[in-house]
Design a protein around this ligand. Structure first.
Ligand code: ZN
Length: 101
């Protein structure tokens, strides 16, 4: 029996694709903080579909940086747009949902 590797449900029960299609775009961009430090912001991830606390933990490990998850928004210290995108693709998000600015 085929199992979805995003939600772990049998593919006939899985609604990941439907959710993804309805989801708004995920925006990944950098912004400047105090003292000119760059911060990477990830917005638009549906917190009902993805555990942001888990995701930010993985991102912090992958990017070796500090970061926080607040409601539906992730902030990472430094410019990690590339790594964020790679991680989102690994988590099952499709490329055209992710907008890098
Ligand atoms: Zn699924």
């Amino acid at each position: 029996m085929a199992v979805c590797d995003v939600c772990g449900l049998p593919t006939e029960l899985c609604v990941c694709e439907d959710i993804a299609r309805e989801a708004q775009k995920i925006e990944v961009y950098t912004t400047k903080r105090k003292f000119g430090k760059l911060m990477t912001v990830v917005e638009g991830i549906d917190a009902k579909n993805i555990d942001l606390k888990d995701l930010v933990k993985d991102l912090k490990t992958q990017c070796a940086c500090g970061g926080t998850a607040k409601e539906d928004r992730i902030e990472l210290q430094g410019d990690h747009r590339r790594q964020v995108k790679d991680m989102l693709l690994k988590k099952g998000f499709t490329e055209d949902l992710i907008e890098i600015r």
